[in-house]
Design a protein around this ligand. Structure first.
Ligand code: SF4
Length: 253
């Protein structure tokens, strides 16, 4: 893949629907392609690389146009800049996916140039299993929403070692961890994830996210499971919030 061009799925403006910045207005750059294949992936449209990606023309209108992949850094900066309307209301530019760190060589060119034109914090959403790639761009991002993947909720094998290394790098910036869990998730694996976070710093905030309210009902955790998971996490961490996905309730991306 070219280091000066990116493969995208979508560029749009929306309200952040997850995590500690819930409710903030942000510009989203959704990169195409992922190195994982989670059971309840909420962005299946970004798992493969399309010939064309979607761009919102007017913020919030969903008046999408299609542009061809790949895109250059200059083209993407122009698209992001055009979504900064009205001035002063956008909190950050979000790099999401898919997994944006797969396109780390592009990010190394793109992010310094973006900052010159769009002086907003850069907010990286990552699956947290590419520590080497994260280290390459850590100085170019400001906020990191860091996933820890529980095998029970994702159907994936364990990524504890990768998560451990990547979180130690993410800790150089503002970071919070998000863990998606399902009815099948076990207290023991939650405890293992929480211990991993506490080993870096017990003050790193944790957001527990029950599997999407739009996913299969039989996999959604019960209220008593939600409270039990929070209690396990709270024993080792100072901030643990249960926050479900909300943007779909608003009819937003
Ligand atoms: S890491 Fe994210 S984008 Fe990739 S498969 Fe998992 S949920 Fe989907």
């Amino acid at each position: 893949m070219s280091t000066t061009e990116a493969q995208l799925a979508e560029v749009f403006c929306s309200i952040q629907g997850e995590g500690l910045y819930l409710g903030e207005r942000q510009i989203f750059v959704r990169f195409a392609g992922c190195n994982l294949n989670c059971q309840y992936c909420d962005s299946p449209q970004a798992l493969s690389v399309p010939k064309e990606f979607k761009v919102e023309v007017t913020p919030g209108k969903k008046d999408l146009k299609q542009l061809p992949n790949p895109v250059t850094a200059d083209q993407l900066i122009e698209l992001v800049s055009g979504l900064q309307k009205p001035k002063g209301v956008t909190q950050a530019v979000v790099l999401t996916g898919g997994e944006p760190l797969l396109q780390v060589d592009f990010l190394k060119n793109f992010l310094p140039a973006l900052k010159q034109v769009v002086p907003l914090p850069v907010y990286l959403e990552t699956n947290g299993v590419l520590p080497g790639h994260l280290a390459e761009i850590i100085d170019l991002v400001d906020i990191i929403a860091f996933d820890i993947k529980l095998p029970s909720a994702t159907g994936l094998s364990e990524y504890w070692r990768e998560h451990e290394k990547a979180l130690a790098t993410a800790y150089h910036k503002e970071v919070f961890v998000k863990i998606v869990f399902s009815r099948e998730s076990k207290v023991t694996e939650m405890d293992q994830a929480v211990s991993l976070i506490a080993a870096v710093d017990e003050k790193i905030p944790l957001v527990l996210q029950p599997v999407s309210p739009h996913g299969p009902v039989k996999h959604r955790p019960n209220p008593d499971q939600i409270l039990a998971m929070q209690a396990v996490a709270r024993r080792k961490l100072s901030t643990v919030r249960v926050i479900p996905q909300t943007h779909k309730l608003l009819g937003m991306n």
